[in-house]
Design a protein around this ligand. Structure first.
Ligand code: ADP
Length: 499
């Protein structure tokens, strides 16, 4: 096995951005795969190969889990005070901000998302995830049940051990940090398996972890694929105590079944088919641009996207006209250009999947704008933002998660009708309601089956709140104390004192 160098300094992170091999990070060392196998890391905006990714499998997962277990069983991490652990996590957050430019370039190069979004959205949020949990974990309380002066029962939190963190490609560092920070704050160690399409910021995080003084083996990163590869090996490993996963619903089912063999605790954040609901009395000046942002941000590749737009019949015509006009103004282009609003789709595979939905949409409804690849950018996987009308709420485009820049607009007459249509999908992650009548907002928000419901806004987030979905959108909640609960085991210790 070859070992790459990993001295952490501002220079080395900058240099690592140009490295042509993405290594695993195991026990504090950067490692190639034992087999020497690699696969291409492709920039979806240009089709160019950025680097070779070390392709991990059972061997690398075994090494990483054993490094994490050693760090948990014998290393300093779970034995440090909470304050000391949180100081290191805060330092990681600070370093992410310090290296924001490098990380944002890496993220944009891997994902094809606009650089402005990486710089202003993804990377600062990744830093905030570490900083938030560094503070919040120290504020968490434990319970004491007093029976009498000489009998007390206390419920204490203990770490679980080695956690498996499996993350998707749409918000790579943002979602990895959302899991790593609470996991480590509670004293666990972990193995992160980032998405095969977007390994680079997870690789760079290894340099940051070293520079922040994170002990070896506390954070391990193994690259590779999902099924029959590193991902699956991690979910089956007997020394892994819990799995926190974000990705597709079908993958969640496969992971749950693999995890059942060793009864691991699971937390799943899965797909979504978010609805934006505009009532006749909504403030359209706010609702329309927000509905457009909700549909096309990150090329529509967000589980929280408002990927169905329901509009009450009184304003339907006006909303359709204004949405189409706004969508035609979206600047699709080179992600590195600061004026670009929409970049490329993550991969050719995903582009073809979205195009298949567009074909269904064309057959079953009316294409109002978009629908094609961007001809001026033939090397990248760019798609025009697309709007459909005349699609039935139960058509495939309105029921299935497309995860691309495609928005069907569907009219409705009554409150009950839109509630039924919104609830008709298998998913239940998020919805956003627009009305100036507080009673309407209140009534409708009670009846929509989602984990997150926005009233006259979209994507408003407070990291203390529970985040997750109902139905096929997930199991459990992330965020705030819900994440800290997941990454800890409760133990009751009962005391009897001599009077
Ligand atoms: P996405 O389409 O967002 O990539 P996936 O669910 O396919 O969603 O992938 C999310 C993450 O899950 C990736 O890191 C991927 O490699 C991993 N993964 C996919 N299949 C499996 C599996 N069977 N077991 C474990 N991990 C998997």
């Amino acid at each position: 096995m070859s070992i790459a160098t990993g001295t952490a300094s501002a220079n080395s992170i900058k240099e690592a951005l140009n490295n042509k091999t993405v290594h695993h990070f195991i026990g504090g060392q950067f490692e190639s795969s034992a087999s020497g196998d690699t696969f291409d890391d492709i920039n979806p905006a240009t089709g160019e190969v950025i680097a070779q990714i070390s392709s991990g499998g059972v061997t690398e997962i075994d090494m990483a889990v054993s490094a994490a277990k050693e760090a948990f069983d014998r290393g300093p991490w779970p034995r440090m005070s909470l304050r000391e652990r949180c100081d290191i996590l805060r330092k990681i957050g600070d370093l992410i901000l310090q290296y924001k430019e490098v990380l944002a370039h890496a993220e944009t190069r891997d994902t094809g998302k606009p650089l402005s979004e990486s710089l202003e959205g993804d990377i600062p949020r990744a830093a905030q995830n570490f900083q938030f949990f560094a503070d919040y974990a120290q504020a968490i309380t434990e319970e004491c049940f007093t029976v009498s002066d000489n009998e007390r029962h206390i419920a204490v939190r203990e770490p679980l051990g080695v956690a498996a963190l499996i993350t998707p490609w749409n918000l790579p560092l943002y979602l990895s940090s959302w899991k790593i920070a609470p996991c480590l704050a509670m004293g666990n160690t972990c193995v992160l398996k980032p998405a095969e399409w977007t390994p680079f910021t997870a690789y760079l995080l290894g340099f940051i972890a070293k520079e922040a003084g994170l002990p070896p083996g506390v954070l391990n990163v193994v690259h590779g694929f999902g099924a029959h590869s590193a991902g699956e090996a991690l979910t089956r490993h007997p020394d892994v105590s819990c799995i926190s996963f974000t990705g597709e619903t079908t993958t969640g089912k496969a992971i749950m079944s693999a995890a059942a063999q060793t009864l691991k605790k699971v937390s799943f954040e899965l797909g979504g088919k978010g609805a934006t609901i505009i009532f006749d009395d909504a403030d359209l000046k706010e609702a329309i641009p927000t509905a457009v942002r909700a549909a096309y941000r990150n090329q529509g590749q967000i589980c929280l996207a408002g990927s169905r737009l329901f509009v009450q019949e009184g304003v339907y015509k006006q909303v359709v006209e204004e949405v189409v006009a706004a969508v035609k103004q979206i600047r699709v282009g080179d992600p590195l250009d600061r004026n670009t609003q929409m970049g490329s789709i993550i991969s050719l595979e995903q582009l073809e999947k979205v195009q298949e939905y567009i074909q269904h949409g064309k057959k079953e409804g009316k294409l109002l704008t978009g629908g094609d690849r961007v001809k001026e950018l033939p090397n990248g996987y760019f798609l025009q933002p697309t709007v459909f009308s005349d699609l039935s709420f139960d058509s495939r485009c309105c029921q299935e998660e497309i995860f691309g820049p495609v928005l069907p607009i569907i009219p409705f007459k009554t409150e009950q009708q839109v509630i039924d249509m919104t609830n008709s999908t298998a998913y239940g992650l998020s919805a956003s309601i627009w009305s100036s009548n507080v009673d309407t907002c209140h009534r409708v928000s009670q009846k929509i089956r989602t984990g997150i419901l926005w009233v006259n806004c979209w994507f408003a987030r407070d990291l203390r709140t529970p985040f997750g979905g109902q139905k096929s959108s997930g199991i459990g909640r992330e965020g705030g104390r819900y994440a800290l609960d997941f990454f800890s085991e409760l133990k009751t210790i009962s005391y009897k004192y001599k009077a």
